[in-house]
Write a protein that binds this ligand. Structure first.
Ligand code: NAP
Length: 335
């Protein structure tokens, strides 16, 4: 058994973490917190009425350290590192869902803000499970990848050795609105999103440098990623379409099948993928095909689960010595 807490319990990813913790065989929920606390979890999330009643406190480092062996930080960037640095020193394992520990210092400071915990940045493990599984087993700090980088990297990493680095690589990504968190803004307003689809931050989104940095870490190649995200009128789900140029004649589906033959949460599909089949699950579905030297890679995830909370839960499983799939959802919200 491992005692765990969630800081950021009122948010979207916080709710997903709590739902998994309710049925997890080894993690015992001991602490929930938000900025202000002084409430109960079912008041913040009415879907939990008659399911769980649990006090929500004002987030405090001392309270986490007293009650938890591991904590999930489901907080905005900058807020997370304020908690993580002291918690690690107090012996609490930390799984952070924000961008604070995902990137090298220079990349982080260029795209986010000044880093306030440089001392722990080097030891954090990027929790893209299929690529950092062994490192996570020894980690005391895991950094959850961004949702778009998760779907993109799982699709494209197997093909990097076969891709022409001098030709442009385009990532066309589409996300449900929960990817932006619970705070309302003009671009996530119902009237803006409903019956609509639009690109935002084309070629300037800060998930592009994350994708570039991680491709370089895994394959030692710096590839310029042209990343264009779109908002779609769906609550959850992310669909990524990658367009690249091959320098070798390969069978794309065979490459994927071989690459992921031992990975239980990657499903290689024979046809283009869709977001609904992964909604509510930790699966990443991937399809790929080619026309001469043009490569198309198509991946789908649930941004709140594989793109955030279930990936964080798998990281926690590995950090605590439990099986990777323990307590991890596999049944999709279909129809
Ligand atoms: N949504 C996604 O699909 C997704 C995917 C991958 C990664 N992420 C990352 O995961 C993190 C959480 O995302 P989210 O979508 O769950 O956001 P969210 O719905 O906006 O929730 C954020 C939570 O953080 C709490 N919070 C903010 N500042 C705090 C502080 N100083 N102390 C304690 N609690 C504080 C908020 O509590 P209050 O209610 O008190 O304000 C709220 O519970 C973000 O860093 C996000 O980038 C999200």
């Amino acid at each position: 058994m491992t005692t765990v807490g969630v800081v950021g319990a009122s948010g979207y990813t916080g709710l997903e973490l709590i739902k998994m913790l309710l049925t997890h065989p080894e993690f015992v929920l001991k602490y929930l917190a938000t900025t202000t606390g002084d409430t109960v979890i079912e008041a913040l999330h009415p879907s939990l009425v008659d399911v769980i009643t649990y006090p929500v406190e004002k987030a405090s480092i001392e309270a986490v350290a007293k009650s938890c062996e591991l904590v999930f930080l489901a907080l905005p960037h900058k807020a997370s590192m304020g908690f993580a640095k002291d918690l690690i020193e107090k012996g609490v394992k930390v799984v952070d869902l924000s961008a604070d520990y995902r990137l090298d210092l220079d990349t982080y400071e260029e795209h986010y803000c000044e880093h306030e915990d440089k001392a722990h940045l080097d030891e954090s493990v990027y929790a893209l499970i299929e690529y950092y599984r062994e490192d996570l087993k020894k980690a005391r700090l895991a950094a959850g990848p961004g949702c778009y980088p998760t779907a993109t990297l799982l699709g494209i990493l197997p093909f990097i050795p076969y891709i022409d680095e001098n030709a442009p690589l385009f990532v066309d990504a589409k996300s449900g609105v929960s990817g932006a968190g619970k705070k309302l803004s003009e671009s996530t307003h119902f009237v803006t999103v409903n019956d609509n689809i639009f690109a935002y931050n084309p070629l300037k989104h800060r998930h592009a440098p994350e994708i570039t940095e991680k491709i370089e870490k895994v394959h030692g190649k710096k590839i310029n990623v042209n990343f264009v995200p779109h908002l779609i009128p769906a609550t959850r789900g992310e669909l990524v379409s990658v367009y690249a140029t091959l320098k070798e004649d390969i069978n794309p589906l065979e490459v994927l099948k071989k690459h992921y033959e031992n990975d239980m949460f990657i499903r290689i599909r024979e046809n283009p993928v869709d977001i609904k089949s992964t909604a509510g699950t930790h699966f990443c579905d991937i399809f790929a095909t080619k026309n001469a030297n043009a490569l198309f890679v198509n991946s789908a995830i649930d941004n709140l689960l594989r793109g955030a909370s279930s990936q964080a839960m798998v990281a926690a499983n590995l950090m605590c010595g439990y099986p990777e799939g323990m307590g991890i959802p596999t049944i999709a919200y279909v129809p």
